[in-house]
Design a protein around this ligand. Structure first.
Ligand code: UN1
Length: 507
């Protein structure tokens, strides 16, 4: 995209060369430090954003409390109707918003569009949820008593998102929180502020058309804003996506004030190929899982386990294919892999490759930075002698560690022997093997797949993982419960006051 095209795109999405990074129903005249949003494809600045200060945050939070009080009075299906309209607005803006995701984050345009589609799907799902926030009814042990539970709106929710899904993860949280009756404050990644501002504008326009309170607050800033938000006792839930280090800090502070956190942290996802697998299917799954999004999904395939009888063939095919992956401008339809997010991502990737070599790994293909403007690297395969310390870490880059195994027991053990537990997959045509992998004695991850890869989950299922991945669940299934508070009600319509458990307490 040239300068004129970029300016036209910014204009279409209501962005300017200089933008405010704090929104409480109006765009605040922020006085924080300037942030430059950079295009990872060229290294050039796209536009500037002024970060929220602690004072700006205070305004956003105070307004969020107000908005919550008004919003929780709206019946849930009416809240769902607003989210339905947000889904429609996102359909209208799918192309430009998808382009902005590609411009600012660097994923290929088809994935940029896919990301906005994920937001639309999330809105549709949440509309349905708005009529299904079910509580249970129980039978009371007492005569002429009724007992049931209901789910109430929780309060203003803090949402911290990462650069790699700069808008979809907001939608996972925001669509559900909105139908649940919550207001929210969003702290996006500092490297993708423009997509956050554009999204907030799209959602706010829908609220205004419907005279709804400004439930979608925004506070763009660094760790300082994250810390103020995490410690803010007005926010009963902090939903945070990002590194284990960040999540540990957030989780401890939030636990300290007895609030709730929903953490979706690092993954170190393994893909197992058995000797009876359909190797063409497996190849497709490995390729998208390891190279897609330039290795920057939390569900990216990072560890590949190959049965010894098929290992040589699969490795040969991968090593031949990797150099043919079309790397370049993510806006070009032909490109399969765009840049990584910034210089530091390249440094981290190169450091991980060096460490892997020191620990016995052998680079089979790739391993280098590509000499061109922007932040481009070669997707890399490293053969490792088994689990070595570096394969227990998540490096947010397209490095695939490959190891061989002999039998299922061994590989399940190996697969689970890392601190993270997000996504996992096995390729096999054996029903027994598949079921074992999905059983309690199989994968220990929050997501376990058969004959599809580790990445690209649909929004209908609850998304998240175990161990250091943080234990949170977002998006589908009953994840909405995290955004509401449960109340158990017992109602006596008799003329007596019997006590539970048959206790007698008469004068
Ligand atoms: C993430 O990388 O934080 O399953 C989310 C997937 C996507 C979401 C990834 N639907 O790969």
């Amino acid at each position: 995209m040239d300068k004129t095209e970029i300016n036209a795109l910014l204009n279409e999405l209501g962005l300017e060369a200089e933008n405010s990074g704090a929104f409480d129903g109006t765009w605040l005249d922020t006085q924080g430090e300037w942030l430059e949003s950079t295009n990872p494809t060229t290294g050039e600045v796209i536009a500037k954003v002024r970060q929220a200060t602690a004072e700006d945050y205070e305004k956003v939070a105070a307004q969020s409390v107000e908005a919550f009080r008004a919003w929780r009075e709206w019946p849930a299906p009416k809240r769902g109707e607003i989210v339905r309209q947000i889904g429609d607005a996102l359909r209208e803006y799918k192309d430009p918003l998808g382009q902005l995701v590609t411009l600012e984050m660097g994923k290929i345009y088809s994935e940029g569009l896919g990301e906005v589609q994920e937001m639309i799907d999330m809105a549709d799902l949440a509309v349905g949820m708005s009529r299904q926030l079910f509580g249970k009814t129980m039978h009371s042990e007492r005569f002429q008593h009724r007992m049931y539970e209901q789910w109430h709106p929780l309060g203003p929710v803090g949402i911290i998102t990462a650069f790699n899904f700069p808008v979809a993860v907001w939608a996972w949280n925001a669509c559900v929180a909105a139908v649940c009756g919550d207001s929210m404050i969003w702290k996006p990644s500092e490297v993708t502020p423009l997509t956050a501002i554009a999204t907030t504008k799209i959602a706010q326009a829908v609220l205004e058309e419907n005279d709804a309170p400004p439930i979608f607050g925004l506070a763009i800033g660094g760790r300082d804003i994250g810390e103020v938000m995490t410690a803010d006792s007005r926010l009963p839930l902090i939903s945070a996506t990002g590194s284990v280090r960040m999540g540990r800090a957030v989780g401890q502070v939030v636990a300290g004030r007895m609030a709730r956190s929903l953490l979706e942290l690092g993954g170190n996802n393994g893909l197992i190929v058995m000797d009876d697998a359909d190797l063409d299917l497996a190849f497709g799954g490995i390729l998208f899982g390891s190279v897609g999004t330039a290795g920057q999904r939390c569900t990216t395939t990072r560890r590949l386990f190959l049965h010894k009888d098929i290992a040589a063939g699969v490795i040969e095919r991968l090593v031949k294919s990797y150099p043919t992956i079309r790397i370049g401008d993510p806006m070009d339809d032909n490109t399969l892999m765009g840049p990584v997010i910034h210089e530091k991502a390249i440094e981290d990737m190169m450091a991980a490759i060096e460490t892997a070599k020191e620990q016995g790994g052998e680079v089979l293909v790739g391993g280098n930075r590509i000499d061109r403007p922007g932040y481009f690297v070669e997707p890399t395969i490293v053969k490792v002698p088994g689990q070595i310390p570096i394969t227990c870490d998540e490096t947010f880059a397209p490095i695939l560690y490959v190891m061989e195994f002999e039998d299922l027991d061994e590989v399940i053990e190996l697969h689970n022997a890392v601190p993270q537990g997000l996504s996992s997959s096995i390729f096999t045509n054996s029903m027994r093997t598949a079921e074992r992998f999905l059983s309690h004695a199989g994968s220990d991850c929050g997501i376990a797949n058969v004959n599809i890869g580790t990445s690209g989950a649909e929004i209908g299922g609850a998304f998240g993982g175990e161990k250091e991945t943080g234990g949170g669940r977002e998006a589908g299934s009953d994840s909405w419960k995290a955004y509401m508070r449960r109340q158990t009600n017992t109602l006596n319509w008799s003329t007596e006051l019997p006590l539970a458990q048959g206790v007698e307490f008469d004068l």
